[in-house]
Design a protein around this ligand. Structure first.
Ligand SMILES: Cc1cc2nc3c(=O)[nH]c(=O)nc-3n(C[C@H](O)[C@H](O)[C@H](O)COP(=O)(O)OP(=O)(O)OC[C@H]3O[C@@H](n4cnc5c(N)ncnc54)[C@H](O)[C@@H]3O)c2cc1C
Ligand code: FES
Length: 271
């Protein structure tokens, strides 16, 4: 339960309310390894501890990165940290996107808003093992063009021509030339073979519900569909019961679940 100390090396603003912290271990403990989709408990000293997904490259990045949207006390205090400040990390915890189990298949990634952060390590993985997969398609929806995360990376990957990226926004000024509408409207025409597709989904729960419905219409199997769930957490390791979601604990049985294992309780706030 004791956090390791990390030092903030850089804080990068992604949008008005979302930032990425780059951190390195402080002292002599080694940097941990992790799998795409896992999370850490980040402790802002004297303020509190929150679960945040790891958003960096799982293979090589010299720093550990977390991308966080400011919504309340702890995330605001985290956003006020400066390079050189310390932060506590417990983790990595939880299940991961099954990237190694999904080779020779089309990969469809559907992300909403900050939901792209837990999927970014999976994108790094897919791009560095690109020859092992068939089509890789990212459908990404945000509230407005100003809310698009990792703009430069998305442009870089798009420029490599072996990743199909489609972005849509809920609303935009007349200068926006891209798609307008919710992310689910892109699913019917997205270029993937439903009989040979594994889907990774992360975003607000209602968006994931509608995404699942659209994927089902296209014939993507429930046991090939994976979602990352969020619940209130305290311990992060299956002790306290804060994150209980029906018969499962999101911190240790998730956050990444195979759809057919949670379909019955998806979309329910309490059971
Ligand atoms: C496994 C897991 C991974 C997560 N990964 C990320 C991540 O990569 N990036 C990230 O930004 N967040 C992530 N979250 C959500 C993050 O943990 C919460 O936003 C954070 O705990 C809020 O703490 P706070 O003290 O700032 O806000 P609080 O003071 O606890 O809440 C302030 C207000 O915001 C509301 N609120 C709380 N959480 C959210 C939310 N997620 N969205 C909208 N409103 C909310 C509360 O209901 C309350 O009204 C993750 C959560 C889980 C369970
Ligand atoms: S957060 Fe304590 S059991 Fe999951």
């Amino acid at each position: 339960m004791l956090p390791d100390l990390y030092r903030i090396q850089r804080l990068r603003m992604e949008t008005d309310d979302t930032f990425t912290l780059e951190m390195v271990p402080e002292g002599d403990h080694a940097r941990f390894s992790f799998l795409p989709g896992q999370f850490n408990m980040l402790y802002v000293f004297g303020v509190g501890e929150v679960p945040i997904s790891i958003s960096s490259d799982p293979s090589s990045a010299p720093t550990i990165q977390h991308t966080t949207r400011v919504v309340g006390t702890v995330t605001k205090a985290m956003g006020d940290l400066k390079p050189g400040d310390s932060i506590g990390i417990r983790g990595p915890f939880g299940t991961h996107w099954p990237v190694e189990q999904s080779t020779d298949r089309d990969i469809l990634i559907v992300a909403g808003g900050i939901g792209l952060a837990p999927l970014r390590p999976a994108l790094f993985w897919l791009m560095s093992h690109r020859e092992q997969y068939r089509k890789v398609v990212l459908l990404y929806g945000t509230r407005s063009p100003e809310d698009i995360l990792y703009r430069h990376e998305l442009e870089h990957w798009r420029g490599k021509f072996d990743l199909e990226i489609q972005v849509t926004v809920d609303r935009a000024a007349s200068t926006w030339r891209g798609n307008v509408g919710v992310v689910t409207t892109m699913i019917p025409r997205a270029p993937f073979d439903p009989s040979n597709t594994t889907a990774f989904i992360c975003g607000p729960e209602v968006m994931m519900l509608f995404t699942v419905m659209e994927l089902r219409k296209r014939g993507v199997a429930a046991d090939r569909t994976f979602l990352s769930m969020e619940r209130n957490m305290k311990c992060g390791i299956g002790w306290c019961g804060h994150c209980q979601f029906g018969p499962v604990f999101v911190c240790k049985d998730g956050p990444v679940f195979r759809l057919d294992t949670i379909e019955r309780i998806l979309g329910k706030v309490e059971i």
